[in-house]
Ligand binder design. Sequence first.
Ligand code: GLN
Length: 449
Amino acid sequence: MITLKEALKLPKEEIAALREDLKRRIGERGELNAYVALDESGEGVPLLIKDNIQVKGWNVTAASNILQGYVAPYDATVIEKIRGAGLAPFGRANMDEFAMGSSTETSFYGKTLNPHDPERVPGGSSGGSAAAVGGGVAIAALGSDTGGSIRQPAAFCGIVGMKPTYGRVSRWGLGAYSSSLDQIGPMTQNVEDAAILYDIISGHDRRDSTSADIDYTPVTPNLDPGRKLTIAVVDNYIADASPEVQKAYAAATEALEEAGHTIVHKEMMGAKYDIAAYYIVATAEASANLSRYDGIRYGNRAEGVDSLSELYLKTRSEGFGEEVKRRILLGSFVLSSGYYDAYYLKAQRVRHLIKEEFETIFEEADLILSPVAPTPAFRFGEMADPLQMYLSDAYTIGVNLAGLPAISLPILKTAEGLPVGLQLIGRHFDEQTLFDGALGLEKAVAYEH
Ligand code: GLN
């Protein structure tokens, strides 16, 4: 598949041919179920959009039954920006309902397949975006990452996925899951394309009050894969990862050392605090954010009801899937009086400690090398227990709790041909160093697609 960098240089007529070619490929790989809708009306370089980002005139649904029939009345800021850069939203990508999940199994539209093995999940929640780019049916895509939803599917599908610093990319027009954690980011075939797309979507936006009001310097013109950096490896952290992930970690560490970077060994608290804090904060915020889907204002409305409260109840009971309901219940519980201090407030304190721990490491290191997931892509149904699925987010959610930027890139393939990705984590708003390091690592490991 043509890269984003190449596609952006094509003359208009060739872009039209590219769109035709892409449409044919999407048809040929329909079994992936990565796209849930196509829109051929645009004229720019086609970009796949996760189904929780507002595109004017589209039925944007966050892969939920409750939003069937809702038509987005405006473009998200990132969509305005991509249009301005010669790109056009080309289709809606499948995802876990309301971005809650790690496997794209909770989608109203059915599951998406991993392009490397149809028996396995593509990861989630941006599984459609990752499977499409990894399966050669998208040039690039936009995803969103609240607790790993860009990085983990990228790792499972053998592509690059980047989560910007919290506040770097406007969330205006992103369907809110957990507002203090959500960020939109690029999902691409390689690191340079990720930098290009990241530059296009970044910058201050007064319509998003959490958007950082600081000067934005594009990273692409200054990319330097030869830059020598200090990179922290966290040996105690990876002890719980599968042998394949440990192998990738060792290979990447060695490649970085050979490329002339300085490796420093660090310890971290470990994931158990991250998981507890994340699943309290994220569900608490989700329970508030999802209260707007009441059958009155958006999408589906239950029929045959006698009262307003029955309308709310029936609409929400019919409209939300099981996992979303579980999260709303969890979130309402941790915010309820009597439990607020014990859970929510404590989780906020732990969140602070996690942030401090990262900051201490960044006093010495420019970047941290970390696994993305404990295993390569797992099989459908393998994580039937919700808690088990939550535990698999161990390596990605600390980054969101701390608001840091991170990038996942493919390192090697297992004997079964499954990609294994790792992530680099950077300092707040230091995406330049993150991309420089990632380019260097990409070159050093020379992953074969
Ligand atoms: N898997 C995590 C969750 O289910 C992260 C999802 C995300 O980043 N949107 O909440």
